[in-house]
Design a binder for this molecule. Structure first.
Ligand code: MLT
Length: 408
């Protein structure tokens, strides 16, 4: 008899974004004339930068000639891409990362979801609440949690509430945890963490031999020059942290797929009897077994992001999204909403009026304004009473969404 992985039966509902997609599709079917504006899932709308397009065209042409054709590449990524990452994302900020500490992949979602495979099932996981659902669901699937309660919280996970009171940067856990997921600039709250705040976490991890899984997918949106762009700007972080980066929101690659993970060579985890083991070879082993690398054409396109033209074009696109975020913050604040984020992140976190439930407000916005948001409750119990608006859309559509919300 075939049996299933029963951990999957613990999962509360469908994955958040398909569930929203389902509701929006049902609404659109019932209301074919509605002009829906999507500020829900953080999916980019601007076309790829010219520098990327040009580089990819050339790479496609190379693939069409025997002498420049590329078959399987290195699973960890081509050296030419890892080199520009090291120079531009780390050395430029005074951080020494070696190219063999970089693992190119097809997305930070996959990497943040897959990384848990190389760690023991007994580890106690801590997540912020609200949180990007991938961190939680992948640990549920692996069997690292108990059942889900009525507040959508799983037994054995430590939840660290992020509230307006703590500026959405949580306090340290009271109990000892082994693996901590942090995401800054934060999805979904748009909050940022200062160097001092990250240092507290790095010190905790050092003290408890814990690991920080640091999701920096929105790093490109940081405007404030005082904020750290990588957790490795904090002394000692290379001994306790893995960092995830993505080109999805940086260079408009949600449909192209390219990201990378940094696993420093000095990072150690432990066997049950306390023997220290390097983590990077484990991740490398997993990567080589389950992944054949990102396509040559994509990696050439990604490398173009780091050229002077690429950087300038990417900056222009990010500026456009950040102008959307600024407009949302301004309009909603003027309308009397309590609004957070949107300054160093492409997400705006909005308190629902009169404590209306997140899903109720989601339905209201969809039905009355034909605007799609993401209900805060979808990111965890502490997200109840909030909604997330994404800045990824065309400016005129964002403006229209704000006008419609004003007329609610
Ligand atoms: C989001 O909307 O939270 C993101 O687009 C989801 C993702 O990056 O997987």
């Amino acid at each position: 008899m075939i049996t299933i992985n029963e951990n999957f039966l613990k999962l509360k509902a469908g994955y958040l974004f398909p569930e929203i997609g389902r509701r929006v599709a049902a609404f659109a079917k019932a209301n074919p004339a509605a002009r829906i504006i999507r500020l829900g899932i953080g999916d980019v709308t601007e076309p790829l930068p010219d520098a990327v397009i040009k580089a990819m065209h050339e790479a496609v042409d190379q693939m069409g000639r025997r002498d420049t054709f590329h078959g399987y590449g290195p699973e960890q990524g081509y050296e030419f891409l890892r080199k520009v990452i090291v120079e531009n994302d780390y050395a430029s900020r005074g951080v020494k990362i070696d190219t063999d500490e970089i693992f190119i992949s097809d997305g930070a979602k996959c990497d943040t979801g897959n990384i848990q495979e190389i760690f023991g099932l007994d580890n106690i996981i801590a997540v912020t609440d609200p949180v990007y659902p991938v961190y939680v669901d992948t640990n549920v699937m692996a069997g690292r949690t108990g059942d889900c309660d009525a507040n959508s919280r799983y037994a054995k996970i430590v939840y660290l509430p992020c509230t307006a009171q703590n500026n959405f940067v949580p306090a340290l856990p009271k109990e000892k945890v082994d693996i901590l997921y942090l995401c800054y600039p934060n999805n979904p709250t748009g909050a940022v963490a200062t160097k001092e705040q990250l240092k507290v976490w790095v010190d905790y991890a050092k003290q408890h031999k814990s690991l920080i899984l640091f999701d920096a997918a929105y790093e490109a949106y940081i405007r404030d020059p005082k904020l750290p762009h990588t957790i490795y700007e904090i002394d000692g972080a290379k001994d306790v942290a893995i960092e995830f980066r993505s080109y999805s929101k940086t260079a408009g690659f949600t449909g192209i797929r390219c990201a990378f993970t940094v696993v420093p060579k000095s990072l150690k985890a432990y066997t049950k009897d306390g023997k220290a083991v390097e983590v990077a070879p484990l991740w490398n082993r997993r990567h080589c077994t389950k992944f054949n690398g990102v396509s040559y054409v994509t990696q050439i396109g990604t490398t173009a992001v780091y050229t002077p033209q690429g950087k300038q074009q990417v900056r222009r696109i990010i500026d456009l999204y950040m102008e959307n975020a600024a407009l949302m913050v301004k309009s909603l604040t003027e309308l009397g909403y309590k609004v957070y984020g949107g300054c160093n992140a492409p997400y705006v976190w909005v308190k629902t009026p009169n404590n209306v439930g997140s899903w109720e407000f989601f339905d209201l916005l969809l039905q009355k304004a034909n605007v799609v948001c993401t209900p805060g409750a979808g990111f965890g119990a502490a997200g109840e009473g909030y909604l997330r608006l994404s800045a990824f859309n065309q400016p005129e559509r964002v403006k229209e969404a704000m006008d419609r919300i004003a007329n609610l």
